[in-house]
Design a protein around this ligand. Structure first.
Ligand code: ATP
Length: 695
C-alpha cells in the first residue's frame, strides 16, 4: 500500500539530511578558517620578532613548501651565524609543557607535532649536507605565540615568542656571512615558496610598530644577547662544516656494525663525533663513546659540547675500563680491581714458573711475557690451552713452539692462581666480568648506539663487550681506528669477535686534513717498511698513499752534543713561538721519566705548562706536556719531540732478548714515534743528542 504524501516526506527527510551535512561542513570550514587565521596571526607575531635578526645578517624564509609533499609546509627557515633553524610556529590556547621529555598542552600529548618537525628537519639536513654542513648545525625550533617558555624535548628547542630572538642571538656563532648567504640561497631553491601563505613572505622589514604593541621587541634583551654572542666568538670550522668524504659517513644508515678506518689525520674522530651528535639527534636513547685512553674522553666531550650542545648530555664519553667498572658496580657485581697487587702476583708467578723455564731463552725480562698474558691470552679471552696452542699471535714476532707455549700457559695458570688466592682482579678481568654480565642479561643496555674511537688500542674482549651492548642493530656499533697506530702489543681481528663489516659497512677515509706535507712525509718514512695487519684482517703496506689538503709546514731536525744543549735549544724554540703560540704547542716524550724532566725544565724557565693528563679540550694558555701515548687522538700546531731517537726497545740492554723480540719492540717503538709525529699540524721539532752526551 502507498501512503499519501509519503514521497514528499521522504524528500523532506532527504533535504534535512542534506542541510545537516551542509551545516556540518560549514562548521568544519569555519573551524578550519579560524584555525588558519589564528595560525596566521601567531606566525605574523613571531615573524616580526625574527625580522630584527634579518638586519643582523640572518635570512628568513617564510612559509615554504616541503619538497615531495603536496600540502605540507614549513613555517620558517632561518639561516644565520648560529646555523640553520627549522621553525614551526604554534598558536595554541593551552600552555605548552615539556614533561619527561614529551611535549604536552592542556594535558594532551603533542608527539605528532614533534615528529612532523623532526621529519622536515631531516629533509633540511639533507639539503644543506650537499653544501657540507654538518647536521649538528641544523636545529628544529618550535615557537609558541602568546606563551613564555625555554625548554627542550629531545633535540627540539621550545621557545616562547619573546624568548626566540634573544635565544637565537645568543646562539654560538658557526657561520660567516658568506656561508649564511650561500646556505639561504640553496634552501630557497630546495624549499620553494608556498602559494597560499597567510603571512608576509619576503624578509623586508614590516612597518615599524607603535611603542607598546605586543610585537615590540625587547631591545635590551637583544643587546645583551648580542654581547653574549660576541663573547662566545667563532669556533673551529670543522665543528660545522664537513668535507665531501665525511658528510655521507656522518648521516649514513648502516644495517649493522660498521667500521671507519683511514690513515692518521684523515678526520676519523671528526666524523665519529659528528656521527655521535647525529645519532643523538635522531634517537631519544643514550650514545656511548669509548676510547682506551683516560684523557681523551674529557677532550672529546668538550668538543661535542661545543659543537652540539643540544644533545651533548646524551652522549657519554668514557674510557672503556672506567665504563666497565661503573657498569659492574651498577649491576651489583663485585670486583676487586687492584693493578699493583695483580702486578706483584705476576712477579711471583714469573719467579716460580717463568724465569726457570724455556721462556728465559727468548727474553729474560718478564715484560714480554706479561704482555703475552695480557694481550694474547686474557685480552683475547682465551681460557683453554688447546686454543692458545694453535693461536695465530697477531703482531707478535716471536715464533713460539709448543714447548714455549706450554711454558707460557704454566706461567699464566700460576699467575691466575696467585691472583685469585689474593682476591684481586686485573684490568682484563674487569672487561671479562662486564662481558659475562652483559651476556647473561642481554637486551638491558641503555644505549641506542656505541662508538669506539682508536679501536685498535682495545682488546678483543673489550670489542666483544661493546658489541654485546648493542648487538647487530642498525647503526648500533661503530668502530673507528687505524691499525697503523697500534701502540700496544698484540692484536685481533674483528671476525674473531663475530663482527662483520664487509661491503658498505667498512669505510676508509683517505684525505689527510691535519698534517703539512713535510710532516706527514717525515712520519711515513719512519714506518715505511712496517706492513701491518689491520683489525679487518687486511695486510697493509707501511707507506700508504694519502691525499693531502695543502698547507705550509716545517720539520726541524737538530742533533746536539749534550742533553743540556738540547734543553736550551728546546726552550729557545718555545720562546721563539712566544706566549701566543704556547696554547697550540706540545712537548711529547716517550716515558714518564722524561716527562718529569721537561716539566722541571719548563717550570724553571717560567714557561707555563699543562700536563696532557689535565687537558680537557678547553683552550689553555700553556704548552702541553705528556707521553706519546697520552697524545693519541690529539693534535697541536707545534710539536716538539726531544730525544725522539732514544731507543727504549731493549737494544742497549746487556740482557738483550732474541732477535724476534727485538724486531717486535722496534716496530712498536717506530709506531709510537709515528703517532707522536703525526700529532703536528704545522711544525715538528725533532731533537736528538749524540750517544756520548746523553743523560
Ligand atoms: N671537515 C674538516 N674541516 C676542516 N678540518 C678538518 C676536517 N676534518 C678534519 N679536519 C682536521 O683534521 C684533523 C684530523 O682529524 P681527526 O683528528 O678526526 O683525524 P683522525 O683520522 O682521527 O686522526 P688520528 O688517527 O691521527 O688521530 C682535525 O683535528 C682537524 O684539524
Amino acid at each position: 500500500m502507498t501512503v499519501a504524501g509519503g514521497s514528499a516526506l521522504n524528500r523532506a527527510q532527504e533535504a534535512r539530511r542534506h542541510e545537516r551535512e551542509l551545516r556540518e561542513q560549514l562548521w568544519a570550514a569555519q573551524r578550519e578558517a579560524r584555525r588558519w587565521e589564528a595560525a596566521g596571526e601567531g606566525e605574523q607575531r613571531v615573524h616580526t620578532q625574527l625580522l630584527v635578526l634579518a638586519q643582523r645578517g640572518w635570512r628568513l624564509l617564510v612559509d615554504r613548501r616541503w619538497p615531495g609533499t603536496r600540502a605540507a609546509n614549513v613555517d620558517m627557515l632561518l639561516v644565520g651565524p648560529g646555523g640553520v633553524f627549522v621553525i614551526d610556529v604554534k598558536n595554541w590556547r593551552s600552555a605548552p609543557e615539556a614533561v619527561h621529555g614529551r611535549l604536552t598542552a592542556g594535558g594532551r600529548s603533542c608527539d605528532g607535532e614533534v615528529r612532523k618537525l623532526l621529519a622536515v628537519t631531516h629533509v633540511a639536513e639533507g639539503a644543506v649536507a650537499a653544501l657540507g654542513l654538518s647536521p649538528v648545525a641544523v636545529q628544529p625550533l618550535m615557537v609558541f605565540a602568546g606563551h613564555s617558555l625555554a625548554e627542550s624535548v629531545g633535540r627540539v628547542r621550545l621557545l616562547g615568542d619573546q624568548e626566540v630572538a634573544p635565544a637565537l642571538m645568543a646562539w654560538r656563532v658557526r657561520l660567516t656571512p658568506s656561508q649564511v648567504k650561500a646556505l639561504a640561497n640553496h634552501l630557497e631553491e630546495v624549499f620553494p615558496a608556498y602559494e597560499t601563505s597567510s603571512v608576509v613572505r619576503s624578509s623586508t622589514p614590516l612597518q615599524p610598530q607603535a611603542p607598546g604593541t605586543e610585537a615590540l621587541f625587547d631591545v635590551t634583551g637583544l643587546r645583551d644577547a648580542a654581547m653574549e654572542a660576541a663573547r662566545n666568538g667563532p669556533i673551529e670550522g670543522w665543528m660545522t662544516f664537513l668535507a665531501a668524504d665525511q658528510v655521507p659517513l656522518v648521516r649514513r644508515n648502516w644495517s649493522g656494525p660498521a667500521r671507519i678506518s683511514g690513515p692518521a689525520g684523515t678526520g676519523k674522530t671528526v666524523v665519529a663525533l659528528h656521527r655521535a651528535a647525529h645519532l643523538a639527534q635522531r634517537s631519544t636513547g643514550r650514545i656511548l663513546y669509548v676510547t682506551f685512553a683516560n684523557n681523551l674522553p674529557r677532550v672529546q666531550s668538550t668538543f661535542l659540547g661545543t659543537m652540539a650542545p643540544a644533545v651533548a648530555e646524551r652522549v657519554e664519553f668514557r674510557s672503556l675500563h672506567s665504563w666497565a667498572r661503573g657498569f659492574l658496580e651498577e649491576r651489583g657485581t663485585a670486583h676487586r680491581l687492584n693493578g699493583e697487587r695483580a702486578e706483584t702476583a705476576f712477579s711471583h708467578a714469573w719467579m716460580r714458573r717463568g724465569r726457570p723455564s724455556v721462556l728465559a731463552g727468548i727474553d729474560r725480562s718478564p715484560g714480554y711475557w706479561r704482555e703475552e698474558i695480557d694481550y694474547v691470552i686474557k685480552g683475547r679471552g682465551i681460557t683453554r690451552f688447546e686454543d692458545y696452542a694453535t693461536l695465530r699471535r697477531i703482531r707478535r714476532r716471536t715464533n713460539l713452539r709448543r714447548a714455549h707455549r706450554e711454558a707460557v700457559w704454566e706461567l699464566y695458570e700460576e699467575y691466575e692462581r696467585i691472583r685469585t688466592e689474593r682476591g684481586v682482579h686485573d684490568f682484563n678481568d674487569i672487561l671479562s666480568l662486564a662481558l659475562a654480565e652483559c651476556l647473561e642479561n642481554p637486551g638491558c643496555s641503555p644505549y641506542a648506539a656505541v662508538i669506539a674511537d682508536e679501536v685498535q688500542d682495545l682488546t678483543l674482549v673489550g670489542v666483544r663487550l661493546l658489541h654485546a651492548l648493542v648487538g647487530d642493530t642498525p647503526n648500533g656499533l661503530l668502530l673507528v681506528g687505524d691499525g697503523q697506530q697500534s701502540v700496544y702489543p698484540g692484536g685481533f681481528r674483528l671476525s674473531d669477535a663475530g663482527i662483520d663489516v664487509r661491503g658498505d659497512r667498512g669505510q676508509v677515509l683517505r684525505t689527510n686534513y691535519r698534517n703539512a706535507k713535510e710532516i706527514l712525509d717525515a712520519a711515513l718514512a719512519v714506518v715505511a717498511e712496517d706492513a701491518f695487519d689491520d683489525i679487518d684482517g687486511t695486510r697493509t703496506a707501511g707507506h700508504r698513499d694519502v691525499d693531502l689538503t695543502y698547507h705550509d709546514g716545517k720539520v726541524t731536525r737538530a742533533v746536539f752534543r749534550t742533553a743540556a744543549a738540547q734543553d736550551e735549544a728546546l726552550l729557545e724554540a718555545l720562546r721563539a713561538l712566544g706566549p701566543s703560540g704556547w696554547p697550540d704547542s706540545a712537548i711529547l716524550c716517550r716515558s714518564h721519566r722524561e716527562t718529569s724532566h721537561y716539566r722541571d725544565l719548563l717550570n724553571r724557565s717560567g714557561i707555563p705548562l699543562c700536563p696532557l693528563d689535565r687537558y680537557d679540550g678547553h683552550p689553555v694558555a700553556a704548552v702541553k706536556l705528556g707521553t706519546y701515548r697520552r697524545a693519541k687522538g690529539l693534535e697541536f700546531k707545534h710539536v716538539h719531540l726531544p730525544d725522539h731517537d732514544i731507543r727504549t726497545d731493549g737494544s742497549a740492554d746487556s740482557n738483550a732478548p732474541d732477535a724476534d723480540v727485538m724486531r717486535e719492540r722496534q716496530e712498536l717503538w717506530r709506531t709510537q714515534l709515528f703517532v707522536a709525529m703525526t700529532r703536528a699540524r704545522d711544525t715538528l721539532w725533532l731533537g736528538s743528542v749524540a750517544a756520548d752526551g746523553r743523560r
